[in-house]
Write a protein that binds this ligand. Structure first.
Ligand code: DG2
Length: 248
């Protein structure tokens, strides 16, 4: 049996101000820093040890990984940064307040943009200063790989090659892996691992800074999955994430 641990980053400054973030590279809040360290302590106390970690190229996930590894006294761990683990690109919504957007377009429309499988938010214009075309961290990528918006289906299409080509072979080679990523890049991975339907994925919300353990069989099919933290606190955090897209 194999095990892998997923973790959404701790609270970011734009999680706190309730803004659509996507590929915007915002940092952790003080609370997010504390959540990341606490996640490392929880993993250590539960006896987890790792050989390798993966994260995105966005600092909220990278710093979460650093802080949790520090709390585990495992800062020596090799880290692979993969742009394919980035958050889902939120298109022209990036930077907007989620509650205000719901007040303007309606809770239903915002739910579709946030959680539907195949309806992307409106795209950024090619000349919008928010595009990632000139960001050096994506310099090696063909322009067509740099999104202007993404639905979850698009995110699945970029995350799964990272899983199939990099992460799954490393698991099969016996590596104990920790992945620090984002709400929607993790929803993409979990949808594929658990075979969640396009309809049911709407209801899946990932809390900040909570280690999520997957036990996998020899074919890397999930046997069971569970959060390590307090169940009531995690359910409350998931409900809070769901409510972020509602008009106040
Ligand atoms: C959030 C997720 O991404 O937002 O892009 O706004 O996980 O990097 O904080 P993260 C964003 P929702 O899809 O939950 O609105």
């Amino acid at each position: 049996m194999y095990k892998i641990v997923f973790m959404r980053h701790g609270e970011s400054t734009w999680n706190l101000s309730n803004r659509f973030t996507g590929w915007t590279d915002v940092d952790l809040t003080e609370k997010g820093v504390a959540e990341a360290s606490a996640a490392g302590r929880v993993l250590k106390e539960a006896g987890f040890s790792f050989d390798l970690a993966y994260t995105s190229v966005l600092k909220r996930a990278i710093r979460t990984l650093w802080l949790s590894l520090d709390a585990m006294d495992m800062m020596y761990l090799p880290i692979k940064h993969d742009w394919r683990l980035n958050e889902r690109h939120y298109g022209a919504l990036q930077g907007l307040d989620k509650g205000e957007t719901a007040a303007k377009y309606g809770d239903e429309q915002v739910l579709v943009w946030r959680r539907s499988y195949d309806t992307p938010p409106p795209p950024l214009a090619e000349d919008d200063p928010r595009t990632s075309f000139n960001d050096p961290r994506y310099a090696g990528l063909p322009k067509a790989s740099i999104p202007l918006t993404e639905c979850l289906k698009d995110t699945v299409a970029r995350v799964m090659p990272a899983w199939d080509e990099e992460i799954a072979p490393a698991i099969r080679a016996g590596k104990q892996i920790l992945i620090s990523a984002h709400g929607n890049s993790l929803r993409a991975l979990i949808k594929m691992l658990d075979g969640i339907s396009d309809e049911d994925i709407v209801g899946l919300n990932i809390p900040n800074g909570q280690p999520l353990v997957y036990e996998l069989d020899a074919d890397l099919k999930p046997i069971r999955s569970y959060y390590l933290g307090d169940a009531a606190a995690i359910a409350a955090a998931q409900a809070a994430v769901a409510n972020q897209g509602k008009a106040k």
